[in-house]
Ligand binder design. Structure first.
Ligand code: 5AD
Ligand code: SF4
Length: 460
């Protein structure tokens, strides 16, 4: 009788390869919050297979680079850092380098990594994080590199529940509620690299959040490329209301929303649903209806303004932030002036602005009339100057107020004794305080307000 070999669990195969106390993993993250959340799952998987955590790539036997493809600059930066890992592999042949994230879902990048980066062992696209153990086991067993062709953009990958997560913060947590994007804004690579929209079951989301709240997490951010198009047995507003019923002292935020999916019901959640922070990030991208049409954004300026008006009617102090792209193909001086006018009219608290970067495979990459780089840069400078003035003006009324701030930890610039945190509206605050307050809510009296940050002092 033929003997059927016992099936081995790929994670066990990796465990046998890992040297306890010696083999460590290093995860490097580029890009958005979704990538930060994905990295926590990559790390969780690696730790579950026996790897320890490395503080530097030089200390690691498994290096995972979680990449971003949103703009060319992000890709070039990742490639240059991956190039630097060549010497790590040369020093220790046991080192395995994997490229994950959105670049690993671009067929031309996968090809390029395979040909020009021989020390990279595999690529792993974002929708397939759960296959890290089998991919690694294959690389270890066969000593061959693995460059899988990414799924077709039409694919709806399954949602993998139950992947171990190693959360990098004890007081803040990301919770992905949906994956992918169906919007196909003409400049954007996301729908091609993260596949079709799919939402997690509400029960899964709610039980994850209950667990986080019970463990004392102070801030939960719901994530999705198009978070407010969430749909399972309830819509997004319904999910937010159900999260509002969960006990605990935590703030709830969400990102990123699309204006076309902002419902009245969602607007009505602000000020009524417990936990929900008074903050809304709502990308406008351009203040010109003609450009919005070419971007396939499916709203016009009037519709956007009506959302802002209704949000502010509910809560005049709500923090509003946005994304803007400068130098989209065909953007005329008049189009750009319309964007500046829009910023003057809405008066966002902050705007994240980006110079348009053509992405291979997107419709806009083929559009005529590129804006010359020096024109884009000059427009960007004007936009930044204007928004800087507006942000400073918006922050000034906070002077003298005492605000509840969630302390994140020591100031990232390393100034001794200075801690940083965020207000309910998401504004950055620096204040002198002992390190013990990290991860707790504190009352801060604001005594300085600049465009990008507030400063204050701890009160009882
Ligand atoms: N070029 C420049 N900016 C882009 N964004 C998305 N795609 C591009 C691109 N090709 C910006 C949008 C989006 C933010 C996350 O990145 O403003 O909201
Ligand atoms: Fe990209 Fe538009 Fe989808 Fe946002 S909504 S991820 S900008 S395609």
């Amino acid at each position: 009788m033929e003997k059927i070999p016992a099936r081995t669990d790929p994670a066990d195969e990796v465990r046998r390869w890992v040297i306890p106390g010696e083999s460590r993993v290093y995860v490097l993250t580029f890009g958005c919050q979704q990538n930060e959340a994905d990295s926590e799952r990559l790390l969780g998987l690696a730790l579950s297979m026996g790897y320890g955590r490395a503080d530097t790539p030089e200390d690691a036997e498994l290096i995972l680079v979680n990449t971003c493809a949103i703009r060319e600059h992000a890709e070039l930066k990742a490639l240059s850092i991956i190039g630097g890992f060549k010497h790590v592999k040369e020093k220790n042949p046991r080192v395995i380098i994997g490229v994950c994230g959105c670049m690993a879902a671009e067929p031309h990048r996968v090809e390029d990594l395979k040909r020009r980066y021989p020390y990279v062992s595999f690529t792993l696209e974002p929708a397939k994080i759960a296959s890290l153990p089998s991919l690694l086991a294959g690389v270890i067993r066969t000593k061959k590199r693995a460059f899988l062709l990414p799924d077709e953009p039409t694919a709806v990958p399954p949602i993998d529940e139950g992947i171990p997560v190693e959360r990098l913060s004890r007081h803040k947590a990301w919770v992905s509620i949906m994956y992918g994007c169906n919007n196909f804004c003409t400049y954007c690579i996301v729908p091609y690299v993260r596949g079709r929209e799919r939402s997690r079951e509400s029960g899964e989301v709610l039980s994850e959040i209950k667990g986080l709240a019970a463990s004392g997490v102070k801030e939960i951010t719901l994530l999705g490329q198009n978070v407010n198009s969430y749909r399972s047995d309830c819509d997004f507003a319904g999910l937010v209301r159900r999260i509002g019923e969960i006990e605990g002292d935590f703030r709830l935020r969400f990102m990123t929303s699309h204006p076309k999916d902002v419902s009245d019901d969602l607007i009505a959640c602000f000020g009524t649903v417990p936990h929900l922070a008074p903050q809304f990030h709502l990308p406008i991208q351009s203040g010109s209806d003609g450009i919005l049409r070419k971007m396939n954004r499916r709203y016009d300026v009037a519709r956007y303004l009506s959302i802002v008006e209704r949000l502010r009617a509910r809560d005049p102090a709500i923090t509003l932030t946005s994304d803007v792209i400068v130098g989209f193909p065909g953007e005329s001086d008049a189009d750009f002036e319309a964007t500046l006018d829009l910023l003057r009219l809405v008066r966002f608290d902050a705007v994240y602005s980006f110079i348009y970067s053509p992405r291979r495979g997107t419709p806009a990459a083929e559009y005529p009339d590129p804006v010359p780089p020096d024109v884009s840069r000059a427009r960007m400078r004007r936009l930044l100057d204007l928004q800087c003035e507006i942000s400073a003006e918006k922050n000034r009324p906070l002077l003298g107020q005492t605000l509840r701030v969630l302390c994140d930890g020591p100031s990232p610039d390393g100034t001794p004794g200075i801690m940083t945190g965020r207000t309910a509206g998401g504004k950055l605050v620096h204040f002198p305080a002992p390190e013990e307050v990290a991860g707790t809510f504190v009352q801060i009296k604001i005594d300085r307000a600049d465009a990008f940050a507030l400063r204050g002092t701890l009160t009882e």
